[in-house]
Design a protein around this ligand. Structure first.
Ligand code: ADP
Length: 371
C-alpha cells in the first residue's frame, strides 16, 4: 500500500470563543511513527480527531498525501482510529469485532475471512477468535482494537492514548508490540500521549503541544538535547533552569557567571541557536542542565576542570533505585541532581553540606524565562 504524508497547515480550531488549536503546522512523513505529546488539555485529542474528520478547522488545511481533506467527512478518509476505550462491541466475538468494518463495506465473504485471519495472526490472537471482549485481558482487548482498525487497511493509523488503560508492565510490552506492528505494516501512524516516556521510546519524531500551540517538533533525542524553550526542556525530561549572567562573549566561547561560582567558559559549538540579543555582557540568561549531569561530592575536587562547583545544602532526597534524586539549595537556586546509586552507598541526609558539580559541556544557554 502507498505510504502517505499527513500535513497540517495553519490549522486553527475553536470551541465557541475558546481557541483550542492555534496555527498548527506540522508534517508527518510517509510511514512515520509520530507522537503528539503534551499535558492534559493541550489540544492533542482535538488535533487527532480533526485528522480523523470528527472535528473541522476554522482555518487552515489538512493535507493527506498532498490533497486537502479538511472538509471531507470521516468515512471518506482512509483513516483508522483506535480509541482510548477500545470501543469493542461487547456482545460480539473477537472475530466478529474484527470483521465488522469489512462486513459494513460489503466485502465478499472469502475476502473477509482471509483478511480477518491475517489480522488475527498479526496480533497473535488466532486462538481467541471465538471469545468475547470480557473474556480477554486488557492487552488482548487492545490487540483486538488494533486488529479491527488495521483490517480495513487504512493509509493512516491514529491512536488516542492507546496504552493508558493498561498497567505499567503491560504498557511497556504493548508499546514494543505496537512499534513492531507499525514497522511491519509501514502505515503512517500518529499517536497521542501525555506520557513522555511512551513518546520517547516509540516515536520517530514528535510534536510537543501546550495550550493548543506546537512548541517544538523533532526526534526524541533532538528535543531532549536541544529544547527550544523552557516548556519543552521541562516536559521532555527534567531540567534545572538556573539564573546566569553573560560576562563575556567571543567567537568560540561564552563566559557566564552562575551564583557564587567563578566564571564558567562554555563552548559556543555546544549551544543551539541563541538570539544574539542574549549574548551581550550583563544580560541575564538561563543556564540549563539536566539532573544527571550534576555530581555531588562532600567537597569540590581541587583538580576539576570539566565541572563548575557550587556549594549547597541537601533539602530532600528520593531514593529511586538506579539513582537518588536530590533537591539542593545553592544560594537562591534550588538544584535537582540525580546521583547514580551503588550497592551499600548511603544517601546524603537532609541538611548535609555538599558541593554540586555541573558538567560544563552539558550546560545549555537559553533566553531568560519571562514566565
Ligand atoms: P488533550 O487531548 O491534550 O488532553 P483536548 O484536545 O481534549 O486536550 O482538549 C483541548 C481543550 O479543548 C481543553 O481545554 C478542553 O477542555 C477543550 N475541549 C475539548 N473538547 C471540547 C468540546 N467539545 N467543547 C468545548 N471545549 C472542548
Amino acid at each position: 500500500m502507498k505510504k502517505v504524508s499527513v500535513e497540517c497547515r495553519n490549522i486553527c480550531l475553536s470551541y465557541g470563543s475558546t481557541d483550542v488549536l492555534k496555527d498548527i503546522n506540522l508534517k508527518v512523513e510517509p510511514g512515520e511513527f509520530f507522537a503528539l505529546l503534551g499535558p492534559s488539555g493541550s489540544g492533542k485529542s482535538t488535533l487527532l480527531r480533526l485528522i480523523a474528520g470528527f472535528n473541522h478547522p476554522r482555518q487552515g488545511q489538512l493535507l493527506i498525501d498532498g490533497k486537502d481533506f479538511a472538509q471531507v467527512p470521516p468515512w471518506d478518509r482512509n483513516i483508522g482510529m483506535v480509541f482510548q476505550s477500545y470501543a469493542l462491541w461487547p456482545h460480539m466475538t473477537v472475530w466478529d469485532n474484527i470483521a465488522f468494518g469489512l462486513v459494513e463495506r460489503r466485502l465478499p465473504r472469502a475476502q473477509i475471512k482471509q483478511r480477518v485471519e491475517a489480522a488475527l495472526d498479526l496480533v497473535g490472537l488466532s486462538a481467541m477468535a471465538g471469545r468475547r471482549p470480557n473474556q480477554l485481558s486488557g492487552g488482548q482487548q487492545q490487540r483486538v482494537a488494533l486488529a479491527r482498525t488495521i483490517v480495513i487497511e487504512p493509509q493512516v493509523l491514529l491512536l488516542d492514548e492507546p496504552l493508558s488503560n493498561l498497567d505499567k508492565n503491560l504498557r511497556i510490552q504493548m508499546r514494543q508490540e505496537l512499534l513492531s506492528l507499525q514497522r511491519r505494516l509501514g502505515i503512517t501512524t500518529i499517536f497521542v500521549t501525555h506520557d513522555q516516556e511512551e513518546a520517547m521510546t516509540t516515536a520517530d519524531r514528535m510534536a510537543i503541544l501546550n495550550h493548543g500551540t506546537v512548541q517544538q517538533i523533532g526526534t526524541p533525542t533532538a528535543l531532549f538535547d536541544f529544547p527550544d524553550n523552557h516548556f519543552v526542556a521541562n516536559f521532555v525530561g527534567s531540567m534545572n533552569i538556573l539564573h546566569a549572567k553573560i560576562r563575556d562573549v567571543d567567537a568560540n566561547t561564552i563566559t557566564i557567571g552562575l551564583g557564587q561560582s567563578p566564571s564558567i567558559c562554555i563552548s559556543r559549538h555546544q549551544q543551539a541557536d541563541i538570539p544574539t540579543s542574549c549574548l551581550t555582557p550583563g544580560t541575564t540568561v538561563s543556564a540549563n542542565c539536566r539532573p544527571h549531569h550534576i555530581r555531588i561530592e562532600r567537597q569540590a575536587p581541587v583538580d576539576s576542570v570539566d565541572r563548575a562547583w557550587i556549594s549547597g545544602t541537601v533539602q530532600s532526597s528520593e531514593f529511586l533505585g538506579e539513582f537518588t534524586r536530590y533537591s539542593i539549595q545553592t544560594g537562591s537556586e534550588r538544584i535537582t541532581a540525580d546521583h547514580p546509586h551503588r550497592a551499600g552507598q548511603s544517601v546524603w541526609p537532609d541538611g548535609a553540606s555538599v558541593a554540586v558539580g555541573i558538567d560544563i559541556q552539558q550546560i545549555r544557554i537559553m533566553e531568560a524565562s519571562h514566565d
